[in-house]
Design a protein around this ligand. Structure first.
Ligand code: 13P
Length: 249
């Protein structure tokens, strides 16, 4: 059975005081069941977040990591560094990393392999740009991103892979893919995985939607059969909004 997941990607937001305040606010929220809730603060606050949420079911995850084990990569963090502070899951391939930090499909495939070697969960992001959708290339683009980033994995590795379809045109724009557009793409992704890896892998992989998910639209998006939750940006910076989204699943 695949998991329902709601994850908050805080991106480059929240200084120490703001991080502490948001975590404190999240901690006071009621319990939730049947959904895995995750937050991804920026890397220097991961350690604090893990400690502050040690009694909570909320899991702390990373926003990125480098593919090498260690070495001369100024400014980067490694899988074992994340794990040493209690972080065992990492977002990889976010469109902002691809666009602003030149992360290629090839580098992402290496990052995924490193995470899998470390038994880390990967929340793998992908999605088409507006021009791709207008030109009706969105299925092709998504298929290429998945093939290049993930399809080198053996079937067994897929137990720690979570997919996050984030159409670039819907990120931070207030424009959401319609629930039907999300379902159509998620069903396409699942059928692609079934073709390559078989039904068991396809049925068990959680596919999250990301892009302007808000309390007002979460329930309708999450009601679609192939949408297993969401990766939330802006609305994850407010504890009430984030929990309203968690409760929508
Ligand atoms: P928004 O929810 O702000 O559109 O961001 C989505 C996202 O990029 C999550 O990773």
């Amino acid at each position: 059975m695949r998991k329902k997941i709601v994850a908050g990607n805080w991106k480059m937001n929240n200084n120490k005081t703001e991080t502490e305040a948001l975590i404190a606010a999240l901690s006071t929220k009621g319990s939730f069941s049947g959904v895995a809730v995750k937050i991804a603060p920026t890397s220097i606050h991961l350690s604090h977040a893990v400690e502050a949420l040690s009694d909570s079911a909320i899991e702390v995850i990373g926003q990125n990591m480098h593919q090498a084990e260690n070495g001369a990569y100024t400014g980067e963090i490694s899988a074992s560094m994340l794990q040493s502070v209690g972080v065992n899951s990492v977002i990889l391939g976010h469109s902002e990393r691809r666009a602003y930090f030149n992360e290629t499909d090839e580098a992402l495939a290496e990052k995924v392999s490193t995470a899998v070697t470390h038994d880390m969960e990967v929340v793998f992001c992908f999605g088409e740009e507006l021009e791709d959708r207008k030109a009706e290339r969105h299925f092709e683009v998504v298929e290429r991103q998945l093939r290049k980033g993930l399809f080198h994995l053996e079937a067994a590795a897929w137990k720690t892979i979570v997919l996050a379809y984030e159409p670039v045109w819907a990120i931070g724009t207030g424009e959401t893919a319609s629930p039907e557009q999300a379902q159509e793409m998620h069903a396409f992704i699942r059928s692609l995985i079934e073709k390559v890896y078989g039904e068991a892998v396809a049925d068990n992989v959680s596919i999250l939607y990301g892009g302007s998910v808000k309390p007002a639209n979460a329930q309708e998006i999450f009601s679609k059969p192939d949408v297993d939750g969401g990766l939330i940006g802006g609305a994850a910076l407010n504890a009430d909004d984030f929990f309203a989204i968690v409760q929508s699943i």
